[in-house]
Ligand binder design. Structure first.
Ligand SMILES: *[C@@H]1O[C@H](CO)[C@@H](O)[C@H](O)[C@H]1NC(C)=O
Length: 320
């Protein structure tokens, strides 16, 4: 913490994504819509799984945990970005920036482990159906959840350990719309070559590693499903393709940002929009709306909420 007080930079300036008014307006509408939709969709999933005893199974518990984390994913970057869109001078305090970096990596780490847990869950359900409830016991689920939080926290802590003592001596302009870690360390007034290597190892290997674990496990599952192609196989394939889609959408931008060797391009400035705004919205859509059981449970929850409102309205009209 000492290092932070000594540094001469007290705030950072974001250049944002564009100066064009039209694109800004588009981004404003697009991001706000996605933000509201993902907050609503994910809250609804968490609430539905918690309140519906039909959905008390490992798959739905993991899904609800993913939705819970997605509430965080959408809130780390999007609100500040939307708020900044039409401001000329987009600034963030030093502490704000470090906090953002901390939460981005924390939540990102949790999400990666959760996605692996969900892949494992599907593997057991499809390839070892008779042992499903024994292997995916409540203890196992809790173990996965705890592991995801611990991994996220450790990953983020390592990231922070690199930055707290970095000297910042003047340059404070980030060509981005959030505190992007690679761009952030580039502003430090030391040779950041070794630091960049550490980032590559920490974030790059972690994302590429998880990505390959996930893709390989899905390939194995799809292969096994294909081999005993029975009546259930097309349903399993559609579930699996949904999972693969989420994995690619989530990891694609992350891997590009942290492992692309060349200096910054226009593409990697826009790519984070996917992870910050689009994927938290897609998770509920992809996992939920193709799932009959979940859809019906959501309908029940919505009907209940509507029912309460009706009752409250009646009570009010009776009183007046
Ligand atoms: C996350 O998973 C655990 C373990 O299965 C479960 O008890 C908990 O309710 C889930 N959390 C949320 C927010 O759904």
């Amino acid at each position: 913490m000492e290092g932070m007080n000594q540094s001469m930079v007290s705030e950072f300036v974001f250049l944002g994504l564009t100066n064009s008014w039209d694109i800004q307006l588009f981004l404003f509408v697009f991001s706000s819509m996605f933000y509201v939709a993902s907050m609503t969709g994910n809250s609804l999933i968490v609430f539905t799984v918690a309140s519906d005893p039909h959905l008390h199974s490992p798959m739905y518990f993991l899904l609800a945990n993913l939705s819970f984390i997605d509430l965080g994913v959408s809130s780390v970057i999007a609100p500040k970005m939307i708020y900044d869109l039409f401001r000329k001078h987009k600034v963030i305090s030093f502490r704000g920036c470090v906090t953002q970096i901390f939460f981005i990596h924390f939540i990102g780490g949790v999400e990666m482990v959760l996605l692996i847990a969900m892949a494992f869950d599907r593997y057991v359900a499809i390839c070892k159906p008779l042992h499903y409830l024994i292997i995916m016991s409540p203890r196992m689920c809790i173990l996965f959840i705890v592991a995801s939080w611990v991994v996220g926290f450790m990953h983020s802590l390592v990231q922070l350990a690199f930055v707290v003592n970095l000297p910042f001596c003047g340059p404070n302009v980030l060509d981005s719309f959030y505190c992007d870690f690679p761009r952030f360390i580039k502003l430090a007034c030391i040779d950041t070559y070794r630091l960049k290597l550490l980032v590559l190892v920490n974030s790059g290997f972690m994302s590429v590693g998880s990505f390959f674990i996930l893709i390989i496990s899905y390939v194995v599952i799809i292969f096994i499903v294909h081999k005993h192609s029975s009546s259930g196989s097309s349903k399993a394939l559609s579930t699996l393709s949904a999972h693969v889609m989420v994995v690619v959408l989530f990891f694609g931008p992350v891997m590009f940002i942290y492992t692309w060797p060349s200096s910054f391009t226009h593409l990697d400035k826009f790519l984070p929009i996917f992870d910050a705004i689009v994927t938290p919205f897609l998770n509920p859509v992809i996992y939920t709306f193709r799932n009959q059981e979940m859809k019906m449970a959501m309908m029940r929850v919505l009907r209940q909420i509507m029912g309460y409102r009706q009752i409250i309205k009646h009570l009010h009209s009776d009183q007046s």
